[in-house]
Design a protein around this ligand. Structure first.
Ligand code: ADP
Ligand code: NI
Length: 214
């Protein structure tokens, strides 16, 4: 199978699998991450097939929606790629990227890093900030039945991983607990540059939000 056919088939598989996914993790999140990853990869020397496959498969089965099973994502991705005959080295690399990206909130030391992983992680983080990031945070919060904002519940910047996973805090708190911190965690120069503008937009959004709350 050619490289292009592998990517096309994987795209179709992911689109089909995520048909009924929640709005913040649906096919169009994957599509944006895939585009961001391709854009960033243009400025780096990398294995482009690995970047594209990891971007496409990074949320194929999120542990959040599978009783916390952290292996379900890498396993589902690896099984799929093997089934269409992708070479072992690429399959293993993609699985490693997904495995270590799933430690999303930066509580664990990654234990694995490659430039391909750095790119996909940057691409995923870009989709968590800016105008889209704002929409996703409130969509996720709504899905979980959270409040939008409650001035009596301040953000908690010192949460443990368990507390972070189980928080029921208002969606606005998530900006301080995660989203506003992402611009300083970008791995690539292009990622940093793209994050800057999206960060400023979130900041302006929050200024307006509090102005309207007064
Ligand atoms: P991703 O799939 O982008 O790696 P997550 O699975 O952690 O990241 O989160 C998916 C989306 O839901 C992100 O846009 C994130 O900001 C949002 N989200 C995650 N946790 C919360 C929360 N506690 N409150 C509001 N939004 C959240
Ligand atoms: Ni994602």
């Amino acid at each position: 199978m050619t490289r292009d056919t592998i990517i096309e088939r994987t795209r179709d598989f992911v689109k089909e699998t995520l048909q009924n996914a929640e709005g913040g993790h649906d096919w169009w999140h994957i599509y944006r991450v895939w585009n961001n990853a391709r854009l960033i990869a243009q400025t780096e020397t990398v294995d482009h097939l690995t970047v594209e496959l990891a971007a496409l498969l990074h949320d194929i089965a999120d542990s959040k929606f599978h009783n916390g099973d952290e292996e379900i994502g890498p396993r589902t991705a690896a099984n799929y790629l093997k089934s269409i005959g992708v070479e072992d080295e690429v399959v293993e690399h993609v699985a490693q990227i997904i495995r270590h990206m799933s430690f999303k909130s930066g509580f664990d030391s990654p234990g694995f890093y490659s430039i391909e992983m750095g790119i996909v992680q940057d691409a995923d983080r870009l989709d968590a900030i800016g105008a889209i990031g704002i929409a996703r945070a409130f969509t996720y919060g709504g899905f979980k039945g959270r409040e939008i904002y409650n001035p009596e519940i301040p953000p908690n910047l010192n949460m443990t991983k368990e507390e972070y996973k189980n928080t029921t805090a208002p969606s606005i708190n998530h900006f301080y607990e995660k989203l506003l911190l992402l611009k300083d965690k970008m791995n690539t120069a292009t990622g940093k540059q793209l994050a800057q503008q999206r960060h400023q937009f979130m900041q302006a959004y929050l200024d307006q939000f509090y102005m309207e709350c007064k």
